[in-house]
Write a protein that binds this ligand. Structure first.
Ligand code: ATP
Length: 320
């Protein structure tokens, strides 16, 4: 391999720039060139390449988002788009690709590999932490820290007024952000897509609530009820509740990556180049039990269920 192309795709997440730095460092140290592709598959189709300067990358490790920009691409879903992308890679002399993204991005690579024999390596980049093949995805730790910081602030004001707050956090169909940020802030309830039991218990608590203290309930965005209907139900069982809703939203996606995400990005960036050197293809680099692992793209499916230990914690804190 002489020339690696690297890109970010799908949703952005803090730590992506650190992964770029790790990969560039490892590529250059092994005598390879590395170029960035702007805006994921969209930029690949448009032939939008960015030369990566190792010194510049060193100075963006601390930055959230992705300096390469990211996008979703409908054109890449069609063979015509993938053919155009391949032509541009060939013109540029790129003979291997590293993608930082989610399972959709890796499915795209599998579709691409039907057209060509280039080796593809993936790095899990999503704040949702919902991918099989790694204990942590890039950006999850930062997102949880951001959520915690904001929920602590909400508690201050909730406490001053004895209010009930519903705080919606991100995570799509996975409750990882909700559980981590809820337990980490001493929340009074956590509603996640994986379990609806908690809601009835929470309603019981609300029914007997006499505004003697504040109450914080974390609602995962993927919770089947959703924050609006949860609020209506609460008002129904106890109309005297002074209820507020706070949707944390995209602040959870941005911000400087945490120390953990910076290191995770660097480790996975280096690991992806190492995987290419070992002749690997169509695998995602991940961290399992703090060791680097490679998982075939076919097995990197969305993992909706939070792991058993977290479920146990939820039961202990909210259902006992
Ligand atoms: P996130 O977890 O942030 O959503 P993702 O990588 O899962 O990230 P997607 O939008 O699902 O995000 O996928 C990224 C891009 O990968 C898509 O916009 C599309 O261009 C490409 N892609 C996904 N699935 C396929 C497929 N089956 N065939 C071809 N391309 C695909």
């Amino acid at each position: 391999i002489k020339h690696i192309g690297i890109f970010t795709s799908g949703g952005d997440s803090p730590g992506m720039n650190a992964a770029l730095h790790g990969a560039a460092k490892a590529a250059l140290a092994n005598g390879m060139r590395i170029s960035g592709v702007s805006r994921g598959y969209e930029g690949m189709i448009d032939g939008d390449f960015i030369s990566l300067n190792e010194k510049d990358l060193q100075r963006t490790v601390h930055k959230g988002g992705t300096i390469l920009k990211t996008a979703r691409s409908d054109r890449f879903r069609k063979e015509e788009g993938r053919k155009a992308a391949l032509k541009n890679l060939e013109k540029k002399g790129i003979d291997a690709l590293i993608a930082i993204g989610g399972d959709g991005t890796f499915r795209g690579m599998l579709a691409f590999s039907e057209l060509c024999t280039l080796p593809f390596i993936g790095i899990p980049g999503t704040i949702d932490n919902d991918l099989a093949g790694t204990d942590y995805t890039l950006g999850f730790d930062t997102a949880v820290n951001t959520a915690i910081e904001n929920i602590d602030k909400i508690r201050d004001t909730a406490e001053s007024h004895n209010r009930v707050f519903l705080v919606e956090v991100m995570g799509r169909d996975s409750g990882y952000i909700a559980i981590h940020s809820g337990l980490g802030t001493g929340a009074d309830g956590i509603l996640i897509p994986e379990s609806s039991e908690d809601f009835n218990r929470l309603l019981e608590k609300i029914r007997h609530y006499h505004s003697q203290e504040e109450l914080i309930v974390i609602v995962s965005e993927g919770d089947e009820l959703g924050v609006g209907p949860v609020a209506s139900k609460i008002r129904e069982v106890n109309p005297s509740v002074d209820l507020r809703i706070s949707i944390l939203g995209h602040v959870q996606r941005g911000g400087h990556p945490s120390a953990f995400d910076r290191m995770l990005g660097i480790r996975l960036g280096v690991a992806s180049v190492k995987a290419l050197l070992e002749g690997q293809k169509n695998v995602m680099a991940g961290i399992v039990n703090n060791s680097l692992t490679l998982t075939p793209f076919e097995k990197v499916v969305k993992q909706h269920q939070v792991d058993a230990e977290l479920q146990e914690l939820l039961t202990l804190f909210y259902l006992k």
